[in-house]
Design a protein around this ligand. Structure first.
Ligand code: C2E
Ligand code: CA
Ligand code: CA
Length: 688
C-alpha cells in the first residue's frame, strides 16, 4: 500500500510542472483537480475551476466537452476536441484529449497549440501520466497487500489481484452494483461480522479517518487491515483499504506467548504462569473470604529412574504424570510443572480446608497404577506438601514456602504421603538452617571426632576390623550422625567431612597395625555424593598413601541407595577401588530396595545385614529365614556376610547357626574413641 500511495504522491508532484493542463473529472464531469499548464492559459484560477461542471464551461465549449465525455465513455481510446478561447494574451487555440480514467471518471489533457511546433512538449498522457499511471498500476498489482478502492458511497472502484486471493471473492462479484453481495460474502468470512460492520460504518462517516486493525477470520486467518482516504489534491474522493495476511506472524506470536508461560515437555503452565495464577487466586480468596490451597508435589526417587532408564524414559514418565494429575483437575484450578519432577496444584475457592487433603489423597492414588514406559512397568509415588490460605501464608510467597516445608516433611516421613503445613515445621526449618551454619563452622573448627566399633569373627571370636563412625562434639555434648549426616549431604558438606573421616580412619588403622600383631581393616561409610565425584578413587589412593595403609585394609561402606543414585558414575569408581584392592561393603542390606540383582553385578566383597533383621531374628521365624536366605546367597556370590547391631547372646547364637561370618554390635562393643580402642587392643598409645 505504501508504494501505491507514494506513486500517487509523485504523480501529483510531476503534474504540477507539466506544460499541459490536466483536468481530473468525476463520472458526471465535475472538475476534481486541475494541474499543470500555464496560469495564463486558464480563464479562471485553478481553485475557481475545481468543483465546476466542465460541461457548463462558458464560451460555448461546454457542450463540446459534454459530447466528448459521452464519446469517451462509450469508445475505447481518447477523444480529441479543438477550440479557441480568449485568454489574457489574446485568442489561443487549444486541443483537448479526453479519456476515461478507471478510478475517478475522466482525464482531460488540454494543450495550447497557438505557440507552434517549436515549443511542442511531449504529450502528458503519453509520457508523464502514462508513465506514472503505469507505475502506479504496476505497484498496485505487484504489492503483496490486497487493495480495494471504493468511492465515497462505498461503491466499488478498483481492486488488485491479491485482494481477490486473500478474500477469495469470486471475480463475478467485483463489479459496480454488486457491493451488497460482496459485503455479505465478506461478512460471512470474518470471525466477528458485527464488529467489522461497525468499523466500516464508523470509517465511512469520518471520510478522512485512518485506521489499522487486525481482522480475524472464521478459518483462523488473520489480516492486518489498513484503511485510508483516497485524495485528489485536498479532496477526499474515496477510500483505500489494504489487507495483509499476517496469520503466520499472529500464530508465531501466540506460540511465543504460549511458550513463555508453558512447560515444553508436559504442556502444563510453567513457573511464571503459576506465580501469576497463584497471585490471582490469593487475591480472589482474600476478597471472597474463602480458602485456597497450594499442593506441592515431588516425585519420589525420580532421579533413580532418570539415571537408570535414561532421560527419554524420564521425560515420558513426567508427561504421563502430568496427564494423570490433570485428570484430577477441577475447573478453576491450576496444575503447573515447576521444573524437574516438581509439580504444583492450586486449588481456588475452597469451601472447606479438608478438601485440600482429599485432593492430596486423590493425587497420591492417581499415581498408583504402574506407568508403562518402553517395556517397563514403573511404579511412581509422590510426596505432597499442602499449605492453605490464609492460615499458612497470607500471600503467594509465604504460602509456597509453607507448602515447601510440608513437602520436605513428607519426604522425611518416608515419601509416598502428604503433609499439611504446621507451624512447628517452620521452627524445624529454622533449626535446620542454624544447624547447617553450625556444621560449616564445625568443619572449619574441626569439632568432629571418629569413633570405632570393633567387628569380630563369629567362629574364632577374633577382632577383624573396625567401623569408623563420625561424631560431632558440641561442647560437652556429642551429636549423633543421624542428626547431621543428612543435612551435610544436602548442602554438600559431606564431601570435605567424609574425606576427613577417611583420613582419620586410615591413619588410625595404620597406627594400630604398626603397633600390634593384629592386622585390622577399617570400614568407612561413604555417601553417594562422595562416590559420584569423578576423582573419588584417586582421592582414596592419595589418602591411603599418605597414611601408609595398604588398600586391602580399607573397606568402603555404601548403601544401596547411594549406589543407585547414579549407578554409572558409582560403579565406575567402585571398579577402580576394587582394582586398587579396596574392599566394598553393601551397608544396611535388606532395607529399602535391596535387590540381589545389584549385589551380583557390583564389585562387592561384603554384605552388611541391617540391624532390623538381626533384631528380630531370634524372635521371629520369618526374619530368621530371611537371614538364612541372605547368608546363603551372599556366600554363593563369594561375599563375606557381616551382621550389625548384635545386642544379645541369643541373636549371636542364631547368626552363628545361620553361618554368618562376622558380627558387630553393643554385645561386643559400642563405638569407642581411638584411645579406648588402643587400650582394648593392649597398645600403649604413646609408644611411637
Ligand atoms: P551405619 O553405617 O548403619 O552404622 C551403624 C550404626 O549402628 C551406628 O550408628 C552404630 O553406632 C549403631 N550400632 C552399632 N551397634 C549397635 C547395636 O548393637 N545396637 C544399636 N541400636 N545400634 C548399634 P551411628 O554411629 O549413630 O551412625 C548412624 C549412621 O550414620 C551410620 O549408620 C552411617 O550411615 C552414618 N554415618 C556414621 N558415620 C559416617 C561417616 O563418617 N560418613 C557417612 N557418610 N555416614 C556416616
Ligand atoms: Ca555402616
Ligand atoms: Ca548399617
Amino acid at each position: 500500500m505504501a508504494t501505491a500511495t507514494k506513486v500517487q504522491f509523485d504523480l501529483q508532484q510531476q503534474l504540477q510542472t507539466l506544460p499541459d493542463i490536466l483536468f481530473v473529472l468525476d463520472p458526471q464531469g465535475t472538475i476534481l483537480e486541475c494541474v499543470g499548464g500555464k496560469a495564463s492559459d486558464l480563464t479562471l484560477s485553478r481553485e475557481g475551476l475545481i468543483g465546476k461542471d466542465i460541461a457548463r464551461c462558458p464560451f460555448g465549449i461546454g457542450p463540446l466537452f459534454e459530447a466528448a465525455l459521452r464519446a469517451a465513455e462509450k469508445g475505447r481510446g481518447p477523444v480529441s476536441i479543438e477550440y479557441t478561447l480568449f485568454c489574457e494574451t489574446g485568442p489561443a487555440a487549444f486541443e483537448a484529449r479526453i479519456s476515461r480514467a478507471p478510478q475517478v471518471g475522466f482525464l482531460a489533457v488540454v494543450r495550447n497549440t497557438t505557440r507552434g511546433p517549436q515549443d511542442f512538449a511531449p504529450r502528458v498522457e503519453e509520457l508523464d501520466v502514462g508513465n506514472a499511471v503505469s507505475m502506479w498500476k504496476a505497484a498496485f498489482d505487484a504489492t503483496a497487500e490486497g487493495i480495494l478502492i471504493v468511492d465515497l458511497d462505498g461503491n466499488y472502484v478498483a481492486s488488485n489481484h491479491v485482494f481477490h486471493e486473500l478474500w477469495r471473492i469470486p471475480r463475478y462479484m467485483l463489479y459496480r452494483g454488486q457491493e451488497r453481495v460482496v459485503a455479505k460474502f465478506a461478512l460471512s468470512l470474518v470471525h466477528d461480522p458485527k464488529a467489522l460492520l461497525e468499523k466500516v460504518k464508523e470509517i465511512q462517516t469520518t471520510r478522512r479517518g485512518r485506521s489499522v486493525d487486525i481482522m480475524r477470520f472464521k478459518d483462523d486467518r488473520h489480516f492486518e487491515c489498513i484503511s485510508m482516504p483516497q485524495m485528489i489534491g485536498e479532496r477526499v474522493v474515496g477510500r483505500v483499504w489494504s489487507f495483509r495476511d499476517i496469520t503466520d506472524r499472529v500464530r508465531a506470536e501466540a506460540q511465543t506467548r504460549h511458550d513463555a508461560y508453558h512447560d515444553t515437555l508436559t504442556g502444563l503452565p510453567n513457573r511464571a504462569l503459576f506465580r501469576d495464577r497463584l497471585d490471582q487466586v490469593v487475591g480472589r480468596a482474600r476478597r471472597s473470604g474463602l480458602n485456597a490451597a497450594v499442593l506441592l508435589l515431588d516425585l519420589d526417587r525420580f532421579k533413580t529412574i532418570n539415571d537408570t532408564l535414561g532421560h527419554a524414559a524420564g521425560d515420558d514418565l513426567l508427561i504421563e504424570v502430568g496427564k494423570r494429575l490433570l485428570s484430577r483437575k477441577r475447573e478453576g484450578d491450576t496444575i503447573a510443572r515447576l521444573g524437574g519432577d516438581e509439580f504444583v496444584l492450586i486449588l481456588s475457592e475452597l469451601r472447606h480446608k479438608e478438601d485440600a487433603v482429599i485432593v492430596a489423597e486423590q493425587l497420591i492414588e492417581v499415581l498408583k497404577p504402574p506407568i508403562q514406559i518402553e517395556t517397563h512397568d514403573l511404579r511412581v509415588s509422590a510426596s505432597i506438601g499442602v499449605a492453605i490460605f490464609p492460615d499458612d501464608g497470607e500471600e503467594s510467597a509465604g504460602l509456597l514456602k509453607s507448602a515447601d516445608m510440608a513437602l520436605y516433611r513428607a519426604k522425611e516421613l518416608g515419601r509416598d504421603n502428604y503433609q499439611v503445613f504446621e507451624k512447628k515445621l517452620n521452627e524445624r526449618a529454622m533449626e535446620r538452617l542454624v544447624l547447617e551454619n553450625d556444621l560449616k563452622r564445625a568443619i572449619h573448627d574441626e569439632e568432629f571426632i571418629v569413633h570405632y566399633q570393633p567387628q569380630y569373627d563369629l567362629k574364632s571370636g577374633e577382632m577383624r576390623g573396625v567401623e569408623a563412625l563420625v561424631r560431632w562434639k558440641q561442647g560437652k555434648e556429642v551429636v549423633p550422625p543421624a542428626k547431621f549426616i543428612g543435612i551435610a549431604e544436602e548442602c554438600g558438606l559431606i564431601v570435605p567431612l567424609g574425606r576427613w573421616v577417611l583420613e582419620q580412619a586410615a591413619r588410625t588403622c595404620a597406627e594400630i597395625n604398626a603397633k600390634s600383631v593384629l592386622s585390622l581393616r577399617v570400614c568407612v561409610n561413604v555417601s553417594a555424593l562422595q562416590i559420584q565425584r569423578p576423582n573419588f578413587a584417586n582421592e582414596v589412593s592419595e589418602i591411603l598413601q599418605s597414611a601408609d595403609l595398604p588398600p586391602k585394609k580399607l573397606v568402603v561402606e555404601l548403601t544401596e541407595s547411594a549406589l543407585m543414585a547414579n549407578p554409572e558414575q558409582g560403579s565406575y569408581a567402585m571398579e577402580q577401588l576394587k582394582q586398587m584392592g579396596v574392599g566394598i561393603a553393601m551397608d544396611d542390606f535388606g532395607t529399602g530396595h535391596s535387590s540381589l540383582n545389584h549385589v551380583s553385578v557390583l564389585p562387592i566383597s561384603f554384605l552388611k545385614i541391617d540391624r532390623s533383621f538381626v533384631e528380630n531374628c531370634a524372635k521371629r521365624k520369618a526374619d530368621a529365614s530371611i537371614l538364612t536366605a541372605i547368608v546363603t546367597m551372599g556366600h554363593a556370590l563369594g561375599l563375606k556376610v557381616l551382621a550389625e547391631g548384635v545386642e544379645t547372646e541369643e541373636q549371636a547364637r542364631v547368626l552363628r547357626e545361620q553361618g554368618c561370618d562376622e558380627v558387630q554390635g553393643y554385645l561386643y562393643s559400642r563405638p569407642i574413641q581411638k584411645s579406648k580402642l588402643m587400650k582394648l587392643l593392649g597398645i600403649d598409645e604413646k609408644t611411637p
